[in-house]
Design a protein around this ligand. Structure first.
Ligand SMILES: Cc1cc2nc3c(=O)[nH]c(=O)nc-3n(C[C@H](O)[C@H](O)[C@H](O)COP(=O)(O)O)c2cc1C
Length: 183
């Protein structure tokens, strides 16, 4: 079992990477990353996800193009990532959907966020950099893969080797966000 300090140092070492080396990513590492997503917890164990690993260059370019915006010049770096993981939100099971109605919240969106977090931390443990991309043209990616309109492409994870240079983390101070026994 990994110890607490090591686990936290993994968290400290993960950052959004926007530059990737062209070095290919080993398939066994991608298998462990997607396994981490698969093993994630989800409301009523609904597992409302499908992960598409995209490493075929033409398809990868299509997915990358669907994350770019000309106006804001966002996400141009996605093209450089050797592997993209498309996170598709599937329909959850009946119990989870009943929970959505009763509690007025979308558990499946929470679930895919958790699965995505699991994958980026597994990637960090594999010595790989990632960037979670939320700015995606859902329709365009659905068309590329023939994904039905009832499903939604929520996120793309860019994965690859980097130069391993860590930036300082920009986070709210603990005293502003963590309290004990009070709000
Ligand atoms: C749901 C989600 C969507 C994101 N979308 C984008 C994106 O479209 N483009 C991008 O460059 N970064 C994106 N990010 C990365 C965040 O900007 C980044 O996680 C945040 O600034 C904190 O920096 P760090 O990951 O380096 O610690 C996204 C992160 C999350 C969790």
């Amino acid at each position: 079992m990994i110890d607490g300090e090591k686990m936290l140092s993994l968290m400290k070492g993960r950052q959004s990477e926007r530059r990737f080396l062209s070095k290919p990513v080993e398939s066994e590492k991608i298998e462990r990353i997607t396994a981490a997503g698969r093993l994630s917890p989800s409301a009523c164990n609904g597992q409302p996800w499908h992960f598409i690993v995209v490493d075929e260059p033409a398809l990868r370019d299509e997915v990358a193009a669907a994350t770019e915006t000309a106006v804001l010049r966002m996400n141009a770096f996605v093209r450089e990532a050797p592997v993209l993981i498309v996170v598709v939100r599937e329909k959850s099971n009946l119990a989870s959907r009943a929970g959505d109605l009763i509690k007025q919240k979308d558990y499946s969106l929470i679930d895919i966020g958790i699965a995505t977090a699991s994958m980026v931390y597994q990637a960090a443990a594999e010595g790989l950099g990632t960037c979670i991309i939320g700015w995606v043209d859902d329709k365009r990616i659905r068309q590329s893969f023939g994904i039905p309109a009832s499903r939604k492409v929520e996120l793309v994870i860019a994965v690859g080797y980097t130069d391993n240079r860590l930036r300082e983390k920009s986070r709210k101070p603990p005293e502003d966000i963590i309290t004990y026994n009070r709000y």
